[in-house]
Design a protein around this ligand. Structure first.
Ligand code: GLA
Length: 372
C-alpha cells in the first residue's frame, strides 16, 4: 500500500518536473548571452485573433517585426493618409510584454502604392518630387515612433543577385541618391534608432560584394548605417555551410551588426526542380509538390531540426558580430511558405507547429546555445 502510494507520488513529481522543464525552455533565455531572438507577427495576430501566438511571442522572443503593418501600402495608403492604428496596437502589445520592435520596412519596390511614383495626371514624378515624398514618409512614420522602435529596415532589396542596382522606380527616378537620403532622413527623424539594409540571397557573391561596397561607402561619407540583414529564406540545401561561413566571415569584418531577419526553412519540393514548373505563377497544389498535407513524419522533423541546428551553429560561431536572429513567424500555420511559390501547400518552416507546440527543431536549436 505504502509502496503504491510512493510510486504514485514519484510519477506525479516526474510528470511535473517534465512539464516545467519543457515550459521553461525559451529561445530568448537560451541565447541571451549571444544575440536577440525575434519573430514576425501578421496583421491577423496583431489584431488579437491568435492569442496563443501572442503568448508564445512574449514567452519566447525578445523582439518583434511586423510582417506588413509598417509597409508603405499599409501605413501610408494614399497621399496624406496614414493608417497608424495597427502599428499602435503592435507597439502597445510589445511595450507591455517587454519586446522590442523592428520597423519593416521604409523603402521597398513591393507593397508600395503606385501613387507614390505618379502625379495627379498619372505621369511619372520628377526626382525632386519623389525625394520629397520619401522624406515626408520617413519623417512622419519614423518620427511618430521615435524612441519606440529599436531599428528600421530602411531599404529592402535594392540589389540584384549579380550586384547591380535593382532597376526599381526608386532608382529610375531618383538614382542612387534615394538610398543615401533614406538613411540620412531616418537618422534625423530618430537619431536613437538603428538603421539597416535588408536583402535576400545575401550570400551570392555579386550581391555580397555590392553590400560590402555600399557599407564602406556609407562609412566614408558618414551616412549612418548600423546593420545588415540577411533575410534568411533558406532551403535544405542552400546556402551550403561553406557559403554561410564565408559570408558571415566577410560581413562580420564590416564592424556593423549582422542579423538574420526573416529566417524560415523552405523544406517542400521546389517547383523549379520539376519540369515545366514556373514559380512566377501560383500552381494548384499537386501531391508531388505537397507531400505532407496532414503532418510531418518524424524522419522529416529530424531533417528540419538538423538543418536548423546547422544554421544556429554558424550563428553561434559569429555571435560577436551577430546581433539578432528573427524567425519569419511564430508557427508553421502562419507562414507565407504555405502559399508561396505555390498556393495551398502545408509547409513546416518554423520552430513551432500549427498547434503552437515546440518542434524537434526548437529543441535542437536550444541545444546549440550551449556552444561556446
Ligand atoms: C520579403 C519581405 C518580407 C515578406 C517576405 C515574404 O522577404 O522583406 O516583408 O514580404 O518577402 O513573406
Amino acid at each position: 500500500m505504502n509502496l503504491r502510494y510512493l510510486i504514485i507520488v514519484l510519477v506525479i513529481l516526474l510528470i511535473a518536473s517534465f512539464c516545467t522543464s519543457k515550459k521553461s525552455d525559451s529561445l530568448k533565455d537560451a541565447f541571451k548571452d549571444k544575440y536577440l531572438i525575434g519573430t514576425a507577427l501578421t496583421d491577423y495576430q496583431i489584431k488579437g485573433n491568435d492569442p496563443k501566438s501572442l503568448q508564445t511571442a512574449g514567452e519566447q522572443f525578445d523582439v518583434i517585426t511586423p510582417e506588413n503593418v509598417l509597409k508603405w501600402e499599409k501605413v501610408h495608403p494614399a497621399p496624406g493618409i496614414y493608417n497608424f492604428g495597427p502599428v499602435d496596437s503592435l507597439i502597445e502589445f510589445c511595450e507591455k510584454n517587454n519586446l522590442a520592435v523592428i520597423g519593416h520596412t521604409l523603402i521597398w519596390h513591393h507593397q508600395t502604392p503606385e501613387w507614390v511614383f505618379k502625379d495627379k495626371e498619372g505621369n511619372q514624378v520628377s526626382k525632386d518630387t519623389l525625394l520629397k515624398r520619401i522624406k515626408e514618409h520617413i519623417f512622419t512614420v519614423v518620427g511618430k515612433y521615435k524612441g519606440r522602435i529599436h531599428g528600421w529596415d530602411v531599404i529592402n532589396e535594392a540589389f540584384e543577385d549579380d550586384g547591380s542596382f535593382r532597376n526599381t522606380l526608386w532608382r529610375q527616378i531618383a538614382g542612387e541618391d534615394y538610398l543615401h537620403k533614406a538613411f540620412e532622413w531616418a537618422h534625423e527623424a530618430d537619431p536613437g534608432a538603428e538603421l539597416y539594409y535588408n536583402d535576400y540571397n545575401m550570400w551570392y557573391k555579386g550581391r555580397r560584394n555590392a553590400v560590402v561596397k555600399m557599407v564602406n561607402e556609407f562609412k566614408t561619407k558618414n551616412i549612418p548605417i548600423h546593420g545588415i540583414g540577411l533575410q534568411g529564406h533558406w532551403g535544405l540545401n542552400y546556402p551550403t555551410v561553406d557559403e554561410l561561413n564565408e559570408v558571415f566571415e566577410i560581413y562580420s569584418k564590416l564592424d556593423i551588426n549582422v542579423m538574420v531577419t526573416e529566417l524560415d526553412l523552405d523544406m517542400l519540393p521546389r517547383p523549379e526542380d520539376y519540369e515545366g514548373a514556373d514559380i512566377s505563377v501560383n500552381y494548384e497544389a499537386k501531391s508531388v509538390l505537397n507531400p505532407w498535407p496532414d503532418s510531418l513524419p518524424d524522419s522529416m522533423q529530424t531533417v528540419v531540426a538538423d538543418r536548423y541546428a546547422q544554421f544556429f551553429t554558424i550563428f553561434n560561431k559569429y555571435s560577436s558580430s551577430v546581433s539578432r536572429i528573427t524567425l519569419w513567424g511564430v508557427h508553421d500555420g502562419q507562414s507565407w511558405r504555405n502559399y508561396w511559390p505555390i498556393h495551398g501547400r502545408t509547409a513546416y518552416p518554423l520552430l513551432f507547429d500549427r498547434n503552437h507546440q515546440p518542434k524537434k527543431a526548437f529543441f535542437e536549436v536550444i541545444k546549440t546555445a550551449q556552444q561556446k
